[in-house]
Unconditional design. Structure first.
Length: 195
C-alpha cells in the first residue's frame, strides 16, 4: 500500500505551494492511494493523523511526503523516524530528495536535508522575534489579540450587573450586550482588583 502524508502549519502556506490541496495532488500523482492530513505546526508534536498513519504502516508499505519538512522539523526527530520506518521494512519516499534506505549515502543526504530544514525553521523564529521586538518600540503597540470591546462598552456592561449596583444578572447582560459571560466575569474581576 502507498500512503501519502500532507501537513500545513500556517494559513500562509496556502499561497506558497504547500497547501493541503497542492500536496494532495502531488501525492496522488506519485501513486499515493490513501492520504492522511494534519494542520498543525511542525514544532508541535501532536499530529493525530500522522500518528494514525504510523500505526497503520506495515512491512512492504511506502509512505510519501512532498518535502522533508512535512515529515519532521528537527534533524534528530526526522532522522530517527526515517530510520525507524526503514528498519520496519517501510519505504520512505520524500519527493524532493528521493527514496530513503539504510545505505550510508542515504543517511548522509537525509541528515544534511534535515539540518537545513531545522536551520530554516530557526531562522523563521528568529525573524518573527525580531519583528515583534521592532513592533514593541512603536507607539500604540499592544501584545496579543486586539480587544474585541472598547473600554466604554465593557464599563457600560459591568455597570448593568447586580454585583456592581445594577439590576441585571450576568445572563441578562450577555443577552443585552452580546458580551460573553466569561468576558464579563474576567473584566469584573479586573475591575474589582483596580478599585
Amino acid at each position: 500500500m502507498i500512503y501519502g502524508y500532507a501537513r500545513v502549519s500556517t494559513k500562509g502556506q496556502a499561497h506558497d505551494g504547500n497547501s493541503l490541496e497542492s500536496q494532495r495532488e502531488i501525492l496522488k500523482q506519485n501513486g499515493a492511494t490513501k492520504i492522511y492530513e494534519d494542520s498543525f505546526t511542525g514544532t508541535k508534536t501532536e499530529r493525530p493523523q500522522f500518528s494514525k498513519l504510523l500505526e497503520k504502516l506495515k512491512e512492504g508499505d511506502t509512505i510519501i511526503v512532498t518535502k522533508l519538512d512535512r515529515f519532521a522539523r528537527s534533524m534528530t526527530q526526522g532522522s530517527e523516524l526515517v530510520s525507524e520506518l526503514i528498519n520496519r521494512g517501510i519505504k520512505v519516499n520524500i519527493l524532493n530528495i528521493g527514496v530513503m534506505d539504510n545505505t550510508p549515502a542515504s543517511k548522509l543526504i537525509r541528515n544534511i536535508f534535515f539540518s537545513f530544514a531545522e536551520f530554516e525553521r530557526d531562522m523563521i523564529v528568529e525573524r518573527t522575534q525580531e519583528g515583534k521586538a521592532i513592533a514593541r518600540t512603536k507607539e500604540g503597540f499592544k501584545e496579543g489579540r486586539p480587544r474585541e470591546y472598547t473600554k466604554k462598552q465593557l464599563d457600560h456592561a459591568l455597570g448593568l450587573l447586580t454585583v456592581n449596583g445594577g439590576d441585571k444578572s450576568y445572563n441578562e447582560v450577555v443577552e443585552i450586550t452580546g458580551i460573553s459571560k466569561s468576558t464579563l466575569i474576567r473584566e469584573n474581576n479586573k475591575y474589582k482588583l483596580n478599585k
